[in-house]
Design a protein around this ligand. Structure first.
Ligand SMILES: [Zn+2]
Length: 121
């Protein structure tokens, strides 16, 4: 199987009882260890509401975000179940915090921004 990110070939081993299960692997063992899920939750309090931010990774190649969509969608499902108001982003840019605050004020409620990566100043 070829890794979707680095394009290197890697072998997939299956146990006998898993032979007929459709195993979908997109990342080689090197990329799995390089791009580990590391959830970071930030809260920027405003007067009335909060800007909540959930960052999923410290680094991933943004060209291949679809490879990491399973983790992304799992987090989103959980937030939707808990009735969060969410906005999805590729990158949460701290330099644009004022813009995100405007969104929260316009919506008149706390909003959770979910992003793959955080861009700091
Ligand atoms: Zn790889």
């Amino acid at each position: 199987m070829y890794c979707q990110v680095c394009k290197s070939f890697f072998r997939v081993t299956s146990k006998f009882n898993e032979l007929f299960k459709n195993k979908k692997l997109f990342l080689c063992p090197n990329c799995i260890s390089r791009y580990k899920l590391k959830i970071n939750h930030l809260v920027f309090p405003l007067d009335k509401y909060n800007v909540n931010v959930i960052i999923l990774y410290e680094r991933i190649p943004l060209k291949f975000t679809e490879v990491f969509i399973n983790e992304y969608s799992t987090i989103i499902k959980q937030l939707v179940k808990n009735k969060h108001h969410i906005i999805l982003l590729d990158i949460f840019d701290e330099a644009k915090l004022k813009d995100y605050e405007k969104v929260v004020k316009i919506l008149d409620r706390s909003v959770t921004f979910v992003a793959f990566l955080l861009k700091t100043f």
